[in-house]
Design a protein around this ligand. Structure first.
Ligand SMILES: N[C@@H](CCC(=O)N[C@@H](CS)C(=O)NCC(=O)O)C(=O)O
Length: 202
């Protein structure tokens, strides 16, 4: 069993962190996305969308999409639970997970790609769209700060995959020269706690 990834990319990082929380050892195969190593016909056989991470099982079965990979391991090894235990927890974690993905991680990636031209060999950067996404990212930092005023983690007292995705997105925003503002004290408090978990260094 192995995972194809690139260490500095945000989606692979959230899977690495998830597996580290569960104590699951993994072999990682590094691809250089900048050089387009994910665009080869061989890699497209594993994931037609040509994105990382991809989990390849020993029988050759491939699973793409970070959430699908995490779901697979959550089912195989339920503890520690990172996707909730009760129906309510599961729904709330899924809700936050989707909010973070759609309104924070996605615009973060779009801001980076459309402002920097990092993938201009495979897409057409639209700087104006990059600027719109930047504004949305800035707004989401503040939304997180307000939510965390009354919650230890994104969903109550339970550290979950939603916190992992949020942390990886906050950190990746360094490429956009965006980060937590000094006055966003609730977000600072949460960040200090979640980034000090050993899994954050995975
Ligand atoms: N929805 C996918 C997104 C995967 C994704 O966008 N991966 C990026 C790295 S963070 C990638 O492989 N980019 C390469 C490219 O666009 O060529 C997931 O959750 O895994």
């Amino acid at each position: 069993m192995k995972i194809y990834e690139m260490k500095v990319a945000p989606n692979p990082r959230r899977v690495r962190m998830f597996l580290a929380e569960k104590g699951i050892a993994m072999e990682y195969v590094q691809l250089d996305l900048g050089k387009g190593e994910n665009l080869s016909p061989e890699f497209r056989e594993k994931n037609p969308m040509a994105k990382v991470p991809v989990l390849e099982l020993d029988d050759g079965t491939c699973i793409s999409e970070s959430m699908a990979i995490c779901r697979y391991f959550e089912e195989l090894q339920p503890e520690p639970a990172l996707m909730g235990r009760t129906p309510l927890e599961k729904a709330q974690i899924e809700m936050w997970q989707r909010w973070i993905e759609f309104y924070f991680l996605m615009p973060t990636g779009m801001c980076f790609q459309h402002s920097s031209g990092y993938f201009k060999d495979r897409m057409t950067p639209v700087p104006e769209w990059g600027a719109v996404c930047r504004d949305n990212v800035v707004k989401f930092f503040e939304r997180l700060n307000r939510h965390l005023e009354h919650h230890r983690y994104l969903v109550g007292d339970q550290f979950s995959i939603a916190d992992i995705t949020a942390l990886c997105t906050v950190d990746f925003n360094k490429v956009n020269q965006l980060g937590i503002l000094p006055e966003q004290t609730h977000l600072q408090r949460w960040y200090k706690e979640v980034s000090s978990r050993p899994s954050a260094k995975a």
